[in-house]
Design a protein around this ligand. Sequence first.
Ligand SMILES: Cc1cc2nc3c(=O)[nH]c(=O)nc-3n(C[C@H](O)[C@H](O)[C@H](O)COP(=O)(O)OP(=O)(O)OC[C@H]3O[C@@H](n4cnc5c(N)ncnc54)[C@H](O)[C@@H]3O)c2cc1C
Length: 573
Amino acid sequence: MSVAKNLLAGRIVEDNLFPYPRLREKDREVLGMMLEAIDEFLAPRREDFKRWDRDAAQPAEFIQGLRDLGLFGLIIPEAEGGLGLSNAGYARVLSQTSSHDSSVSLTIGAHSSIGMKGILLFGTPEQRARYLPKLATGEMIAAFCLTESGAGSDAASIRARAEKGADGNWTLNGEKIWITNGGIADLYTVFARTPSEAGKITAFIVEAAWPGVGHGQHEDKMGIRASSTTTVSFTDVKVPPENLLDAEGKGFKVAMAILNNGRTGLGGGAVGGMKTLIALATQQALARKQFGEPIANFGLIREKLAQMTLECFAAESVVWMVAHYIDSGLEDYSVEAAISKVYASEAIQRAAYEALQIAGGNGFMREFPYEEATRDCRILSIFEGTNEVLRLYIALSGLKEIGRSYSELRAAVDDIFNSPIKGFGVLADYAEKRLSRATGVGRDKLLGKIPPQLREATTAYEKYTVELAKASDYLLRKYGKSIAGRQHALKRVADMTIDLFVGLCVLSRATALSAEPGEESAQAMVIAHAFARQAKRRLAHNVRRIERNEDEEMDLLAGFIVDRGRYPWDIVK
Ligand SMILES: Cc1cc2nc3c(=O)[nH]c(=O)nc-3n(C[C@H](O)[C@H](O)[C@H](O)COP(=O)(O)OP(=O)(O)OC[C@H]3O[C@@H](n4cnc5c(N)ncnc54)[C@H](O)[C@@H]3O)c2cc1C
């Protein structure tokens, strides 16, 4: 049961939210040793990271150090030579590496989250035996090759091709761009169009050492500059049939499964980065005195520190909830994974902005870490699915599910999509009943799981889950299938779903913490309250704007400016 999709239908799937998951005992054991070793290895290299950011390079000896720490085998099962961490444990490791340097996390993360994940998820026993032990030690480093110059968000439009020869081998041709680890990888998961079933995509495991495989120069990037990003080209590369991943024509499904499964790595990294920013900003706010006192005493600075902390807690709560979904074998978690990626990637960008602002002019100087942190986290809302495309995915996946449930009503409501007026009464009536029955409003089951001090927050989520369902009903009735093209409306639905799901994760975590004594537990209640109040304001705003908005005017303005190609006004004229 997808919690997020059910929110659009007015249901809070409590069993998949409460109690807040705990890390497995085995993960705790491995992490206990690993996190300390990571700190020991990375903490003394602060100056090196700065230099490698400037030089855009990660020396081979340093990558060897990452191998020695076991950082390439984190999620590979022990039987196949790895550490066998769960998704939750893995995300925690990336959080630790990101607290030191983002490029390090990229090197490890692109290998595990996406580069070799295809073999873990879809590999045959023979493919696993051949590659996983080498991938676990880092003897082979992996990369994920999907993007092309003409195919970014529209990944299904790739043009790389693989043709099957009479001898059963495939011949692969094409060029991929912006491939993380492109210049250091020994193994690529490559997506190419295969002609047999018209237009279908197939995934292949390709070794860098094979004739015809090459890569371009290290890209000169804005951030994560030390992480290797290059083009990767394939010219008449012979790929044996045993290196086809999953089944012919199933490559798009393979790519999406890899990306969905890997999103908590990115989220975990964002949380680690935020924790460092909070520590830096706090030290800065205490050390810097203006008007005779530390700037940490001023309300506007305190507000920033509190907001960064609240959002870090929220990001952490949602990322590890999603990691738990993946680890517990839940099949339908792609919307929640997208939510965690969107929320965490935007929260860290807000945190970087505010930390730099707290540092004032120092924040702008390269001598201090804020400008690099700001550059480094900018990529997070662009790669592994842009946040725009993921918002559309979040909204449309939920709406599609409701659209399906409308089919139950087909006997009563003929052709609802073409005749909304006719179906209105029946549907509205049905929706109301369904909503009050499904959301738990009026029941005490959900409230029963929540400590009394969190009741206000709970009520807000219940109320706006009903509002989201009503809004979804309204939009489906108004636009029918053409809702897919109504991006302004879809963004509102996505933002409401994000606020509700993240808020419920916070509520669940705060509920678990409420049983523990101490100040941290008390402050978690404060966070849960404050998050709910802020979310409620955003939710109310989005609900109002479902029907009353300036979408048409904004679209007209966009049309005007797109036609002109420039801003036409000037005070001189
Ligand atoms: C540093 C870096 C590392 C990367 N690593 C890898 C890697 O390892 N492997 C790999 O395969 N790829 C990688 N990528 C590629 C990355 O995944 C793509 O950049 C990303 O998918 C977006 O594609 P694009 O850049 O072509 O943007 P476009 O798809 O051209 O999008 C441009 C803008 O239009 C918006 N947009 C696009 N479609 C829609 C729509 N339907 N509705 C509304 N808005 C839309 C986007 O959100 C974005 O704002 C990397 C990129 C970078 C910069």
